[in-house]
Design a protein around this ligand. Structure first.
Ligand SMILES: [Zn+2]
Length: 299
């Protein structure tokens, strides 16, 4: 009886240990599955500067995916299948606002994911017209899409992103509000630095190939002279007219986007004689790009 009891006791103990071990294993398996299944929700944005700003607002609560990779040209961008699938698995798509590929993407994806929420990050920004035609030939009406190359606009973009987050995830409103406040403080400091550097440069001109800095020029009272407003090779006659214009304005800086702009820019600059400065307004490191542009102009 004693023996039997002892035997049963040992058996029960072994069983309990086995059950406990299985429970732990099951818990581990369940947790890792759960982690995969319930990973962070995703928001898709169009360009890297949006990712930079949005990540500062959503922190580690959301995964921010970007359609346009570094170095790609937004004017000729055709989204890959992977990009479109990412978008279909997203809770929301934040368009920059007026980049030509954005409307095409929304039409493509909306049929497959009608629940996808859409937000325009440039809402409320006073748009510049007359700089772009993007092949439609209607240069006077088309809004300039490069709203993000402006610290003033970035404040508005950040607020728009915050409003969208409160709409998507109202439970974390306080968290997003704290992050927005920190971001706006950073943007104010950036704005102060740039404005101080360019204070005595109002009225001066700079040259670009593609007119990607219209909003930056507006913020600081500068004149942007674009060698190729149509986004392609300019005719010899038109190019010469712009070169003469740049010389008349005594432009000291030419900005060049090496992945996108034509080599014609460098040839034209042999006549203009400006300092050639490489920029990438589509870089993730948006704040550094703004400083890089301001720094070149402040010399
Ligand atoms: Zn453009």
């Amino acid at each position: 009886m004693n023996n039997s009891h002892k035997y049963n006791g040992t058996y029960a103990h072994t069983l309990a240990t086995a059950v406990m071990a299985l429970t732990i294993i099951a818990a581990v398996i369940f947790t890792s599955c759960a982690r995969q299944q319930y990973s962070r929700p995703t928001i898709t944005v169009s360009i890297q500067p949006q990712k930079y700003l949005l990540e500062k607002i959503v922190g580690d609560k959301w995964d921010v995916k970007c359609l346009l990779s570094n170095g790609a040209n937004p004017e000729s961008y055709d989204p890959s299948l992977t990009h479109l699938l990412n978008l279909e698995n997203s809770k929301a798509y934040f368009r920059m606002g007026n980049i030509p590929f954005e409307s095409a993407i929304i039409n493509k994806v909306h049929n497959n994911n009608p629940a996808l929420k859409l937000y325009n990050n440039s809402e409320g920004i006073s748009l510049i017209t007359g700089t772009h035609s993007h092949g439609s030939g209607q240069r006077d009406e088309e809004p300039d899409p490069h709203t993000w190359t402006s610290v003033v606009n970035a404040r508005k973009i950040a607020s728009n992103m915050y409003n969208a987050m409160v709409d998507l995830d109202p439970d974390n409103k306080g968290y997003y509000a704290d992050n927005l406040r920190s971001l706006l403080t950073e943007l104010d400091a950036l704005q102060d630095t740039i404005a101080a550097g360019l204070a005595d440069k109002r009225g001066t001109a700079f040259v670009v190939w593609h007119p990607s800095l219209s909003y930056f020029a507006r913020d600081y009272g500068l004149t942007q002279i674009s060698l190729s407003p149509e986004g392609k090779e300019a005719s010899i006659g038109m190019l010469q007219e712009t070169i003469d214009d740049a010389k008349a304005h005594d432009a000291k800086v030419m900005f060049f986007q090496k992945d996108i702009d034509s080599r014609q820019a460098q040839v034209a600059n042999e006549q203009i004689g400006a300092t050639l400065v490489n920029i990438n307004p589509l870089s993730y490191h948006w704040d550094k790009e703004m400083l890089n542009i301001a720094d070149a102009l402040s010399k």
